[in-house]
Design a binder for this molecule. Structure first.
Ligand code: SAM
Length: 308
């Protein structure tokens, strides 16, 4: 059993590709209850590993406030030394023995935020307009269409909070607000705390006192099969179904209706395997170009407009 960092470093002998029996120099420093710990494993001219486990606070409308595991760096890897990566992976697996499921979730969330930031930048989206709340994005879009016959389609209605808000924003009596939802919750697992059936209202449809509002209960695959878009001047799409499968289905189904000028809002864009993936695949396949009109501070709520 190796008990110290120097011992670990000494164990990294040339040609070695296997480390066993290593524990952190002070095992309790990896206890998730401790707010901060640092493991340093270094071997001259080979690698320096820093694993930092910290009690972080990811800014997400105040929702995420638990531990974060971050891998800080590997430096000075020897170009011909495969053991550098073996040591790195080995340390990760040993750290993994001590982390909680919540830390794994937060690490994955960390990568989500990195990825959405990377993707926005790589695709030339200007993310300087960052607002505090999604309602500011709703107002931003509504202010541009206020005198027009708007068709507002919302996918994922739940209790109708967003629909209710939009019903007040859209003043033109010709406008129509159509909401689609199973009202039986998510059709499959999304996150550990949002599994299949989450958001279920047992089929109960919300009531909104506005004759322009109409709900279409059922799975998107069924309700969109018989839905014809009514005439409109401008289309506003609110994607809030959380899941990749639901979002890509609607995007593909509405492809011909998504013309230049269409507003496209996503409510959970920070999940790289869900709404972000659906929009990325859709725009790559169709070649549609959009501009980013605004976003929340952490790029979870995003408002695009098709430009070409
Ligand atoms: C996050 S909630 C919507 C929240 C709502 N937009 C709001 O602002 O309060 C997600 C909703 O998407 C619905 N949903 C997800 N996938 C669906 C699908 N394929 N067909 C029908 N409803 C779906 C769920 O039933 C759930 O009510």
């Amino acid at each position: 059993m190796i008990r110290s960092v120097p011992e670990l470093a000494r164990s990294v002998s040339p040609g070695a590709n296997h480390f066993s029996g290593w524990r952190s120099p002070t095992d309790k420093s990896l206890d998730p209850r401790f707010p901060f710990s640092l493991i340093t494993a270094s071997a001259p001219r080979r690698a320096t590993l820093l694993l930092k486990i910290t009690s972080g606070r990811l800014e997400d409308s105040g929702r995420m406030q638990s531990d974060t595991l971050s891998v800080l760096r590997i430096s000075n890897p020897h170009p011909h030394d495969v053991n550098t990566s073996v040591l790195f992976k080995y340390c990760l697996t040993r750290a993994g023995e001590l982390v909680s499921p919540g830390m794994i979730y937060d690490l994955d969330a960390t990568i989500n935020y990195l990825e959405v930031g990377r993707w926005m930048h790589a695709n030339g989206y200007d993310t300087t307009c960052r607002v505090r709340q999604r309602e500011e994005l709703f107002k931003l879009a509504a202010a541009q269409v206020t005198q027009r016959d708007v068709l507002y389609l919302e996918f994922g209605v739940h209790q109708g909070d967003a629909t209710r808000y939009w019903s007040k924003l859209l003043s033109d009596p010709r406008s129509k607000l159509h909401g689609f939802d199973s009202f039986e919750g998510l059709p499959e697992n999304f996150l550990p705390h949002r599994r299949k059936g989450h958001f279920s209202l047992q089929g109960q449809v919300p009531r909104i006192d506005d004759p322009r509002v109409q709900f279409f209960p059922g799975w998107f695959e069924q309700t969109l099969a018989t839905y014809t878009l009514p005439a409109h001047d401008v289309l506003v799409l609110n994607f809030d179904a959380d899941l990749y499968s639901s979002t890509i289905f609607v995007l593909n189904t509405l492809e011909r209706a998504i013309v230049p000028g269409t507003y496209i809002y996503f409510d959970e864009f920070n999940h790289r395997f869900h709404e972000l993936r659906a929009f990325r695949e859709f725009t790559e396949r169709t070649g549609m170009r959009c501009s980013l009109l605004g976003t929340s501070r952490c790029l979870d709520h995003v408002l695009f407009q098709r430009t070409a």
